[in-house]
Structure formats: C-alpha cells, structure tokens
Design a protein around this ligand. Structure first.
Ligand code: ZN
Length: 294
C-alpha cells in the first residue's frame, strides 16, 4: 500500500495536551508558572488590550532535522516553505482567509508576530519513530537538545509514530524540552509533506500551543471545557476533515463551532484564522513567560 494513500485517510492528531499532562506531573513549578501566566492574561483582557497597536515581534527560529533515512532529511526549501506559512498565518496574510464564514470574519486577528529562520541543524539518528515523550530532544535518546530556548523557538522535525502530526510545550515548562515537534510528513508545503497536512498548518497549530493557545473545544469530551478565550464559540469536541458551515454543538447556533480556527483539528485546507482574544493570550505570553523571544 502506498504511504501517501494511508496518510491521506488520517485525521489530525496533536499530542500537546498528553505531553502537557506528563510534564505537569514531573515539574510542579510548571503548574505555578501556568497559573501566573493565566492571571497576567486575565489582567491584560480587562485592560482592553489592543493588539493592533502592538509592536511587531520577530521570533528567531531554529529547526532541528532528525533523519534515519535520507528522504527524511528534508530540504532547506521545505523548511523555508514552513517559515513563510507561519509568517502569513500569524499576520492574517494567508490568502485563504477569504474562506472564513461571514459571521466569523470580523474576529480574524493579526498577531503582529513573525518568524525568521536563524539556524538549521541536521542529525542522523538510529531511531525509526519518535513519540510525544521528548526523545527527539536529547542526544542520549537519538535526538538533539534545544539551542538557547529562552531566546529562540526550537522546532524538531522528525518521524512521529501513532498518527501524531505534532506536539508543543506550553509556556513555563522546563527549558531542556522547550519547543515544538512536527512530523516530517506534515511540515511545510513541499518535499515530504503529504496531503491533507501539506499546507504547513500543523506548525501554525503547535506554535499556537507554544504561545499558550488551547484547543478550541477545551479538551473535554462534552460542552464543559473551555479554551479560556471568549471570542471562540463553546463547542463539544474536535472537528475533522473539511466541515461545511455551520456545525452546531453546545447550543452555539446559528453560527456554530469555529472549525476554521487553527486550534481545531480540521485539515490544513480548512483552517484559516486566529481571533482577537487568542492574540491577547499569545501577546501576554511574549510579554511575560516568553519575553526572551521578543
Ligand atoms: Zn493541539
């Protein structure tokens, strides 16, 4: 069976919350750091923070390519395609934002966050497939340690097993594992990227977590969870594939779930936006817990 056919049947699967729960158990200070950041975010919200006047921030980015076989050693061009996508998506300059349903259009926000490629490392590994246990972030487990994670976003690109497209570490966690991880078949828009995850939105989603965004359904299997953001409608669970507007859950009609948000589980071709309140969360993170990046 062709690998491409198998993957195209997959649904988005992100390991950020699973990794987060493991780290919270291991590092009690992580929970305290997260609570402090939540408090700062709430205060920022009350001040009616206006991201439109916020200073432009460029996050210096280091990409670590881990490969066992030569085809996993992705090209510089593929890495650059991903940086270009991050720059479009976080500045709301992505042309496909025209597909945002009319009731949500007024909520599309420019975060005034950009990314520059500072460095690429390439490491051959004997590991055939990594998981969300951070093995790719240590030389002793076939990976490579992050470089200056206080001042640089570290991105590992490698083989991830179990249908995992990527995962990220939330702000306030241990430095030695800080950054985001992306499956080499869901990174950038060329080379080894495979549909329906070949438009670079896995990295957009994971960098969202890295800057403290939650999944829009709040990670509960019902309507009780929250993404701690007021301008994304409450919704029941993840949306997959390319849904048709509207998808109504949790009494959120007539407009329903904001499945076009980068923090849902839809395909790359069906997610186009961040909201104003999501931008407030990210900007607060960059002014506090992750101020070294800015
Ligand atoms: Zn996620």
């Amino acid at each position: 069976m062709a690998k491409k056919t198998a993957r195209s049947q997959l649904r988005r699967n992100c390991g950020a919350m699973a990794a987060h729960m493991m780290l919270l158990e291991k590092y009690p200070s992580f929970r305290a750091n997260q609570m402090r950041l939540e408090g700062a975010t709430a205060r920022r919200r009350e001040l009616k923070y206006d991201a439109k006047t916020a200073k432009l921030i460029t996050i210096k980015t280091i990409v670590h390519v881990l490969y066992k076989t030569e085809d996993q050693n992705i090209s510089d061009a593929q890495i650059k395609s991903q940086i270009a996508i991050l720059n479009k998506d976080f500045r709301a300059k992505n042309p496909d934002k025209s597909k945002v349903p009319a009731p949500f259009k007024g909520l599309v926000a420019d975060s005034r966050i950009e990314f520059s490629l500072a460095r690429v490392t390439r490491t051959q590994t004997t590991v055939a497939s990594f998981s969300h246990d951070d093995g790719m972030k240590k030389a002793s487990t076939g990976g490579i340690a992050p470089i200056t994670p206080k001042t640089h976003l570290n991105v590992w690109v490698c083989v991830l097993g179990g249908g995992l497209l990527g995962y990220a570490q939330f702000p306030g966690g241990p430095q030695g594992t800080d950054g985001v991880v992306i499956n080499y078949q869901a990174f950038g828009s060329s080379g080894t990227a495979v549909a329906p995850f070949n438009k670079g939105r896995t990295a957009t989603h994971e960098v969202g977590h890295y800057l403290n965004l939650r999944h829009i359904w709040g990670d509960t299997p019902d309507c009780s969870g929250s993404d701690l953001v007021a301008d994304t409608p409450n919704c029941a669970g993840p949306n997959f594939g390319t849904p048709t507007f509207p998808v109504i859950t949790c009494g959120n009609g007539p407009n329903g779930d904001m499945f076009v948000n980068y923090m849902d589980y839809t395909d790359d071709a069906a997610m186009f936006m961040l909201t104003t309140q999501q931008v407030v969360r990210m900007r607060t993170t960059l002014d506090t817990t992750r101020k070294g990046l800015a």
